[in-house]
Design a protein around this ligand. Structure first.
Ligand code: RB5
Length: 150
């Protein structure tokens, strides 16, 4: 498994903490920036870099961080093939994988305790999609995407 990481300036501490978690888990990653929290940047740029890496199969999943997780999650979901879930805790991380087959996790550094990060990331990376009735719903999401591109 390989992970693509990205954040804006607000999410930068989350991205750096995620690196430490991935290193402890022995999971390789690529950091698509931003490289510092000292400069204000635009979260869609990092959502795009990470989302495209996932769609092009340069990474299996993406982890994105901004102030709330919302903006970077919205942006990532504009990329066909991306199912980004804004996750707040272990339960939403588990359900994002089991029910939604999310391939990108989006988290907010300003509204999620940093103490939760290791368990949230590990849960997201290690939980499988449940399939079954959920697969039908994912197919309907893909159909919405296809319809929008016509
Ligand atoms: C940046 O200040 C902030 O707006 C951004 O990180 C994010 O929270 C947007 O959804």
């Amino acid at each position: 498994m390989k992970v693509a990481l990205g954040s804006d300036h607000a999410g930068f501490p989350g991205k750096e903490a995620a690196k430490r978690v991935l290193e402890q888990l022995g999971i390789p990653y690529e950091d698509f920036g931003t490289a510092t929290d000292a400069e204000s940047v635009d979260y869609p740029d990092y959502a795009r870099a990470v989302g495209e890496a996932v769609v092009r199969q340069q990474a299996d999943v993406g982890l994105l961080f901004c102030g709330t997780g919302i903006g970077i999650g919205i942006a990532a979901n504009k990329i066909p093939g991306i199912r980004a879930a804004v996750v707040h805790d272990v339960e939403t991380a588990r359900l994002a994988r089991e029910h939604n087959d999310a391939n990108v996790l989006a988290m907010g550094v300003r509204n999620t305790s940093p103490d939760l990060l290791p368990a949230v990331i590990e849960t997201f990376l290690k939980t499988d999609f449940a399939g079954g009735r959920h697969a039908r719903r994912i197919e309907k999401i893909a159909a919405l995407e296809a319809a929008a591109s016509r």
